[in-house]
Design a protein around this ligand. Sequence first.
Ligand SMILES: *Cc1c(COP(=O)(O)O)cnc(C)c1O
Length: 445
Amino acid sequence: MINQRELELLGSALQKLEEGTSDLPEFTPTFDTKRAAGVLTEVAERMQDNFPYFHPQYAGQMLKPPHPVARMAYALSLWVNPNNHALDGGRASSAMEKECIVELGRVFGWDQPLGHLAGGGTMANLEALWVAGRLQPGKKIIASTQAHYTHGRITEVLGIPFAGVPVDTRGRMDVVAIERMLAGGDVGTVVVTIGNTGLGAVDPLADLLALRERYDFRIHADAAYGGYFGLAAELDSEPKRHYDRLSDVDSIVIDPHKHGLQPYGCGCILFRDPSVGTLYQHDSPYTYFSSGDMHLGEITLECSRAGASAVALWATHRLLPPVPDGEFAQGLDSCLRAARMLWRDLHNSSLFTPMMPPELDIVVYAVNAETTTAVSARAREVFDKAAERELHLALIEIPSDLFATYAPDVAVDSETVVCLRSTLMKPEHEEWLERLTALLEASAE
Ligand SMILES: *Cc1c(COP(=O)(O)O)cnc(C)c1O
């Protein structure tokens, strides 16, 4: 888990950082190192109680380890502990954040977006929908029934009416249903999920955009999980058609802490039209004095925010720029290939039935049995058996009618079915796949 080089590199970088304060009278905070050592050992023991998220045999939830350079940069910045709310709290890290925003904007073909990092995708989506509500007052926000569950809650917090749009058998939002809702005249914003969290399905953005010729509505793209896949060379033509149109939406959320190799606490909101910044206008009697330049707090809902997140992301962009054909993009291609390989292996297995072919790197699959209740019980059983073999999976509950599309011979005796779900978001999953499928088969025998 730990590469010793990481600790050495951090040590030398910290010395360099310290040179920046050499004009100050010497001051080194002290603490009881002996007791702290005891406490830290206790922490290490407590933290052993976790799934091994970093390891390729963790193939379950959407968890991807931070890149070592992100971890080192994040840790390094903690000796400064910058706060990216105002330049008074984090001058260097605010500048780094603004550079990161320009780089993330380019991923979607935007040159000058207004945007900033956020605590996560939920906070970033809250901001996008807050802006949407301000610009389309009194109108509904609609999103896929497979959209992230927080959209329902966010709209509740904002006091904006919300409705779910049904999905097709691939888990994508149904455009005919959207048009029916738009025709009602009370929809102000449509949220498209570019890679939904459960199934990894990409909503049909290109087709939705065509409806803008007849109806007036905003589009917010929740690409918290899937956003980076626009950089991949091996996207299938159908999702690619929608990724190619992301530059036409009004706002985009992408989570660097999902696929972008960052520690938690790093989401991002981008607005195509920078003038939405005026909606945020507020006066702070405490901050914003040290510089006439824009403080990030003037365009965010959150106040204090870890500057460390910006430092870590900036370092990662330096090492692995988020551009097509680069090393980072190739890592995403490995994930796409791993998911396709797993789907094919499951398709050829007599023990499993995969659901829709993966558009991104999530594969959902059932353990074969005669009834949907038995299928659900088998999924839970295989989940446990696999964990005993140190193969860590996830579970997902899907509607039985969706399940029946892919397993028509199973008797339906329940409304929903529990399936297994693997997010293959580590590039190493491709190399490890043969081993993963062997463990999976052994766990289901
Ligand atoms: C993870 C996720 C979110 C929520 O983001 P957090 O960073 O967990 O707050 C929202 N939407 C989608 C599509 C996601 O995958």
